[in-house]
Write a protein that binds this ligand. Sequence first.
Ligand SMILES: [Zn+2]
Length: 78
Amino acid sequence: MALKVKCPTCGRECEYSEKNPFRPFCCERCKLIDLGAWAEGSYVIKSKNQEADDDLDISEEALATGKLHSKVKPENEM
Ligand SMILES: [Zn+2]
């Protein structure tokens, strides 16, 4: 007799045995989804670090604006 458990991802009943390599998940997809949730959690932390990069982007934009002004100047000189 096979022990049946509910898949933590989709809630579907699946066989909890050596026959099912994805136990306690019902299939590989549900296992990957659960792992993906973990990966998403670390991604959120990563994007938080990227906020500091956004600040750098703003200063880069300011530099670009300064470049635009210096580009205008030679035109005025001509
Ligand atoms: Zn499932």
